[in-house]
Design a protein around this ligand. Sequence first.
Ligand code: SF4
Length: 426
Amino acid sequence: MTAAAAIACRDAAPLAILRERGQREVFCGLTGIVWLHRRIQDAFFLVVGSRTCAHLLQSAAGVMIFAEPRFATAVMEQRDLAGLADTHDELERIVARLIERRPDIRLLFLVGSCPSEVIKLDLASAAARLSVRYAPQVRILAYSGSGIETTFTEGEDACLAALAAELPASEGASTRSLMVVGALADVVEDQLRRIFAELGIGPVHFLPPRRCADLPPVGSGTRLLLAQPFLNETTRVLEGRGARRLSAPYPLGADGTAAWLAAAARDFAVPAARFEAVIRPARERARRALLPHRDRLQGRRVFLFPDSQLEPPLARFLAGELGMRIVEIGTPYLNTRLLDAELPLLPAETLVSEGQDVDRQLDRCRAAAPDLVVCGLGLANPLEAEGFTTKWSIELVFTPIQGFEQAGDLAELFSRPLLRRARLEV
Ligand code: SF4
């Protein structure tokens, strides 16, 4: 007997899916640099963009001007096509200066953006040319964080897809390994490594790794366990290299984390008794940590605006483990394949909206008058001014929320705004 899933499915009643295309209020994919540069500690992200891109990064990352951050913006001024050769030369000069000044850089990402003068540049070819010049000291890759092509978390997907194409091939088709895919905080990775070791699952690799020398091998023996639901392109590249994805809910909450681990345990034939013995203490701790928040959140109605693609797993956690009632789950893109184990866990007939027409969605939100609105920074202040209680969705991406030990912190992110509102009303 092997490990069983620890989470119950709803009945087969369909979800109500609304597809909208209109004005949207989401960050572009450059934002991913804020958490990716912390995660890959010998990487540097050079945004090839405009002053707007530089301002976005500086304000999103709250950079101290005297710090030596591991990202920067090469500002490309408007040029006509005849000036394109100069622009390539200029980019090469900037890269040369950067590598000379920062010998600690092992991996350099050229990150494309959406100004027209940048779109004209072929960054992939520039990265390939520069990689040859600086090998083996520095590996240079390119991806796009442009707001035309990517939303908020899709920048991470584009970055990891570029990295996935560079992974070494594993030795021998039968070399069995587990790859956890998606940026996680170091503390979460350490906790998960301990659990996998106790379960006897290994070798276990994480993509992205903390250092680029530790790029994990990939091949037909590789099993992928996604830690984030927005990694469509990365998964496609890894599957193209022979890896197989394990279908699982995402590791949010006590039951969500247990079900995520169970997917790996099943594939690695961990006996059910061993699985239960290993995860029980942490799962019980997580359930106890949720209790005070459940008291505050149970029965309260929540409306999630689209932001990070984390919304469906978050809604599953809020409904299933905290007893909240879901009014609407907005998501920039509904990837039914990567959510195959999540969607059946949502309450029946939940409204899931894909894409956005922000005015219409605001109208639906106002009409529903939810107790809590989860939304981006741009919508939060106006909604607070109208009397709604809001939670900034960006915090859900910047805060470690995955795994058993973070379940209570995740719940608190939703209960705190309601507590704050209650205090203000008193
Ligand atoms: Fe704005 Fe585009 Fe730069 Fe993002 S990439 S900051 S959307 S100009």
